[in-house]
Write a protein that binds this ligand. Structure first.
Ligand code: 6R9
Length: 645
């Protein structure tokens, strides 16, 4: 990779940004040298009911494991996102909603209007008996009510668990049960790319295996037909005559704000738990630093609210900063590949933040779809979710941004709450494909498999050597799993699961996951999760799933399936298994390729050698390495011979 390929800070950014290169160095240096005073000073960016006097109090060591930030502080997250802006910018636009179909009208909410909507929603939840600490599952499309619902939970101290609308009833039921939530907020239907998604019907199906579910609040979004059960409540009916004010619940900084399920290397998704004070501070600070955000400009994070990117950069970060945040219901390339740029023009978007997979798909459709739009409002381009290949980076920079907009490649995770390694537009010269430098307070290190810290230019496993305010605080309902998953591989450090490289200039390059997590179109998927779904099928004896390179998705899913004895590997069954996984988990988990395998390559101790399966999936069959330790080396020949092209 051409590390010499350096894109300097454009002069207009150098002149206007909050931090230049020297400013970043000073800020970062202070955050590392004197974290106590640095973080107490940063805490002033929030409105506290009781201002904290202690910053970080943490230990990653087994004997004394704990993570607390601003623990003596009290605040309410929704008041920070709404109430505190009312005096100064109550009549400015907080939320712009752009619908799926370009012929439909956008909706706009001022801070005052958003405040009223959130309070109303909060009162509806209260009337349903929701109190501080209760878990509320939110299964909504990208409609304004999703923002109202999330912030309403924060207002009354309920813990939201947003489940992506693309997840199946089975996946939804698992997430409802895991956090024992008794209430789900959904809509009749969602709309995406001109198609309807039967969300309410999915909740009905989920309820069959989630016996704890007692109440379903249904937002009327499309007007599509739904069956109402005794547990169901129409939101518009429940909201009638409800007051549009609701006092914010005072919360401890370490009280949970939300749970968000994400895939790990085991079969069961983890409920990543974030708390109130540190998370909000991190969301707000990183949004301001990485994007040099200024109120008055339109900010568009094109993620779904069901992922952490939507939580932190559609809602919490921008709203804490008094931003105008755009929420888009639809797809970037529907009705055609110019749609995303038309939305930019329609709302005069200043910064857009999207994923490499979307860029690659748009790039494939050609430059004409970009050229036919104006985009002169665009000043900054963000990316997140997976490593961005330099080709897509250059296309984004040269074609979309016409060479004038810096690219902010932000590396982070559900677990980290917000951006960890990312450039700052006025401070950082860019290299295509590099996430560049750590945010203040972030102490990344590279370690070798034995845990030895690597210095200078090096490649290794990426760990974070100290806590930061946005760090997750636990796996819901499983304290041991949190410590086990993240702090045992390299004791005393947070293990990210990513590999990385640091170049001669100290720039960080993320190389991708080093564990059994794959990244499909920027969505995290555990290979074990897909395997678990496959083996649930009555004809499947065993399954092994690996990632494979995919032009658009970054990684695709390649599944090897061993059928039960006597079952015919018929093309119908092949199709059926792919549909089965879609149904069990959701469309994002459907295998791109599925190969029937009479046997899987296993060691004598019975461990599947995924290295070999990955090579075959990649088509790299000439260098399968040593197969002599396999219990039955002959299975490899069959796998190679029947590889799915
Ligand atoms: C925010 C988010 C986390 C995983 C992470 C890494 C990959 C995210 C990246 C990136 C390279 C970037 N990842 N951003 N890799 N460059 N800018 O995506 O969270 O869904 O939890 O995924 O995504 O592999 O470990 P999440």
């Amino acid at each position: 990779m051409a590390e010499q390929d350096l894109y300097p800070v454009p002069p207009e950014w150098a002149a206007q940004a909050r931090y230049d290169a020297a400013g970043y160095e000073t800020l970062y240096g202070r955050s590392i040298a004197d974290p106590g005073s640095f973080w107490l000073e940063q805490a002033r960016r929030l409105d506290w009911i009781k201002r904290p006097e202690i910053a970080g109090d943490w230990s990653f060591d087994k004997a004394d494991f704990h993570i607390n930030w601003f623990a003596d502080g009290k605040l309410n997250v929704s008041a920070n996102c709404l109430d505190r802006h009312l005096a100064k910018r109550g009549d400015e636009i907080a939320l712009i909603w752009e619908p799926d179909a370009p012929s439909d009208a956008p909706r706009r909410f001022t801070y005052r209007e958003l405040h009223a909507e959130v309070c109303t929603f909060a009162n509806v939840l209260k009337a349903q008996g929701v109190v501080k600490g209760d878990r509320v599952t939110i299964y909504l499309p990208m409609i304004p009510e999703a923002a109202f619902a999330v912030l309403a939970c924060a207002r009354i101290g309920a813990i939201h668990s947003v489940v992506f609308g693309g997840f199946s009833p089975e996946a939804l039921a698992g997430r409802i049960e895991d956090c024992r939530s008794t209430i789900v907020i959904t809509a009749d239907e969602g709309r995406r790319g001109g198609k309807r998604v039967a969300l309410k019907a999915n909740v009905d199906a989920a309820a069959e295996t989630a016996p704890g579910l007692k109440t379903v609040i249904v937002v009327r979004a499309t007007g599509g037909a739904v069956t109402m059960h005794p547990r169901d409540v129409w939101y518009h009916e429940a909201a009638e005559g409800v007051p549009a004010t609701c006092p914010p619940e005072p919360m401890g900084a370490e009280d949970p704000l939300f749970i968000l399920y994400t895939s790990g290397s085991t079969g069961k998704p983890k409920g990543v738990m974030h708390t109130s004070g540190g998370y909000l501070l991190w969301a707000s600070l990183t949004h301001e630093l990485a994007f040099d955000y200024r109120p008055g400009t339109v900010w568009w994070c094109a993620a779904d609210i069901g992922w952490v990117t939507g939580h932190t950069y559609i809602l919490y970060g921008p709203l804490a900063n008094g931003a105008t945040t755009l929420m888009y219901e639809g797809l970037p390339n529907w009705p055609d590949a110019s749609r995303i740029w038309q939305v930019v023009d329609r709302h005069k978007v200043h910064t857009i933040f999207t994923a490499p997979t979307a860029l690659r798909a748009l790039m494939k459709d050609g430059d004409d779809f970009v050229a036919m739009t104006d985009r002169s409002s665009l000043k900054l381009l963000g990316t997140v979710g997976e490593p961005i290949n330099p080709e897509a980076w250059r296309w984004y920079h040269d074609v979309v941004g016409e060479g004038r907009c810096p690219i902010i490649d932000t590396w982070w995770q559900t677990e980290t709450g917000g951006a960890m390694i990312a450039p700052m537009p006025g401070a950082t010269a860019l290299k295509p494909g590099s996430a560049t430098n750590p945010m203040p307070g972030v102490d990344p290190q590279l370690v070798d498999p034995e845990g030895r810290v690597l210095t200078g230019p090096a490649e290794g496993n990426l760990v974070i050597a100290r806590s930061w305010p946005g760090q997750m605080r636990g796996v819901w309902g499983d304290r041991d799993r949190f410590f086990q998953t993240y702090f045992t591989t390299y004791p005393g450090k947070y293990t990210t699961g990513d590999g990385a490289r640091r170049d001669v200039d100290g720039y960080w390059w993320i190389t991708g996951r080093v564990d059994d997590v794959i990244n499909v179109s920027g969505h995290r998927m555990g290979t074990a999760e897909v395997e678990s779904a496959l083996v649930l099928h009555p004809h499947v004896a065993e399954a092994a799933v690996v990632g494979m390179p995919h032009d658009i998705k970054g990684q695709g899913i390649y599944a090897y399936v061993t059928l039960n004895a006597g079952v015919d590997p018929h093309p119908d069954l092949h199709r059926e298994l792919i549909v089965w996984v879609r149904k069990e988990i959701g469309p994002i988990a459907a295998p791109d390729k599925l190969q029937f395998a009479p046997g899987l390559p296993k060691t004598r101790s019975g461990k599947i050698m995924r290295r070999i399966l990955r090579k075959i999936a990649e088509g790299d069959v000439s260098s399968l390495g040593d197969t002599s330790t396999l219990a039955d080396p002959a299975v490899v020949d069959d796998l190679v011979a029947n590889r799915v092209e």
